[in-house]
Design a protein around this ligand. Sequence first.
Ligand SMILES: C[S@@+](CC[C@H](N)C(=O)[O-])C[C@H]1O[C@@H](n2cnc3c(N)ncnc32)[C@H](O)[C@@H]1O
Length: 300
Amino acid sequence: MNRWPFSLAASGESMDAPTGHDQNVDQIAYWNGPDGQRWADRQVAQDIVLGPVADALIERASVKPGERIIDIGCGSGATTVSFAQRVGPTGHVLGIDISAPMLARARQTAPAQLPIDYVLADATVHPFDPASADLLASRFGVMFFADPALSFANMRKALKPSGRLAFACWREPRENPFFMAPLQAVHKHVPKLPPLGPDDPGPFAFASEARVHRILGEAGFSAIAMEPCNLALDVAAGGGVEAATHGVLEIGPSSRALEGHPADVRAAAVDSVREALQPYVRGESVLLPASIWIVTARAS
Ligand SMILES: C[S@@+](CC[C@H](N)C(=O)[O-])C[C@H]1O[C@@H](n2cnc3c(N)ncnc32)[C@H](O)[C@@H]1O
């Protein structure tokens, strides 16, 4: 079965893929396969698109010089670098990710003088230094665990008793034209993929407030708070509507929905997506509304 956003087939899995928790094998295959590679290839544009999310997260995380931070699911490393710039030479940031192609990109692009280490590992089982970190942080890197309470309990062990958690995750699809405007245009041409269940890993796995409170509570966190944050994300990355049209079809749900369909269907979908984006065009930007949570909690 091929359910968006994850192909359960491990086709294209990289030889460099890490081992991890048994239940995360599909995710490890996905982020090390062609999709993970496309994320890595889109790093420059994607970091512009998601820049406002990084800004909101970093502001709420209240990072101080000298702090030790772990960036969970750091991907190609944009937030890892931003955190490292804030903690300065007396601090440290560890970026952890299961995706070899994205981590390779992160290693290539990290400025040499910054206090950063990267590790290719599953955050569910990685033996973090106990009680060593001030902050666990993530931009969209924590919604892909098969057993999130187990993963968060493991990550929490890395925090000092005074440590804290801050991450960004997506709210419901209906609140996110960022995904739904292009996807609805694509669905004019191809059938919908079977939806994920509410507990399945995926971008919307933490949309439910009740679920996030339950998971973090089970993992031992306290003072759990979820702040809604509404943004307009430039899916064109300043490159105009044509860049936006192709960008939204490169990764994510619209790309997955079109996978395996013939060229003429794809071409028709491209035209529909271009049309669907028109109301959001502002000069060379295409600003799609996006709704996220900024989740914060304390280790104890
Ligand atoms: C949507 S991407 C976000 C990447 C990056 N944080 C960003 O904002 O560009 C999700 C990331 O989570 C990583 N990931 C998924 N499951 C993971 C796990 N169990 N341990 C570590 N990283 C994981 C993926 O490899 C991927 O890089």
